[in-house]
Ligand binder design. Sequence first.
Ligand code: IPE
Ligand code: IPE
Ligand code: MG
Length: 254
Amino acid sequence: MSEEPETLPELNKNPRHIAIIMDGNGRWAQQRHMPRAMGHQAGVKAVRSIVEYCAEANIEVLSLFAFSSENWRRPESEVSMLMNLFLSTLQSEVNKLHRNNIRLKFIGERKDFSEKLQAKITEGEIQTRDNSGLTLVIAANYGGRWDMSEAFKKIAAKIQSGEINEQEVDEALIGQHLSTADLPEPDLFIRTGGEQRVSNFLLWQLAYTELYFTPTLWPDFNRQSLEEAIGSFRTRQRRFGHTGEQILTKAVTL
Ligand code: IPE
Ligand code: IPE
Ligand code: MG
């Protein structure tokens, strides 16, 4: 019997695209007998350090789930607190992101936001659009099902106008009509806060993403936590339907 190696072999390079459900802000605050708002504020600090880490580590894309299309169901006071935090964070951070060569991109239904917030979102995207470093995707009022319905609507309109015919509808074409059309698919999905569900995040795009769940609450998620997640990713064998042997003998190129 051979002994188990102490460390697992590394099978993957760093992920190109990391997608994170930042969960657990409320519980972090409750554990400290503080209002939930304090948890969200602490969550912004965690965002800052994770964005810095990804920019330094040459990760191509970091997608963060900031507000889901279902989060409107929260008490009005929490929703408006989150909207204010969203606006003030944009006001204070966009210049810094720009100085760090980060491209900012928002996905989600922005029409439901205040005019002021919508203007800031557009301004941030325009200011940073030519940056060549990390692409930071903020999913705000985003839902995976929303993303797909929007894509189907656009495709239906093109069929109706004769621009394409229905035989041309395939997986690639659907992907090209999603809000993430210009991005590689996520390699690594992380959810903090202990729940093991996808909560309507990037449904289509997660088809072959490696999933990583941690009980760490989002405000406590730091550079070391991310390194652990990436470390786990690097030891996984991605097969995309092939056999393990095909991958090991490099009989296929992925
Ligand atoms: C995630 O933290 C942040 C948002 C959904 C905006 P939560 O607010 O969901 O924190 P918990 O799950 O209640 O602890
Ligand atoms: C998912 O977290 C959405 C975001 C992190 C923005 P939730 O806390 O809203 O998810 P559920 O409701 O527990 O599934
Ligand atoms: Mg939650």
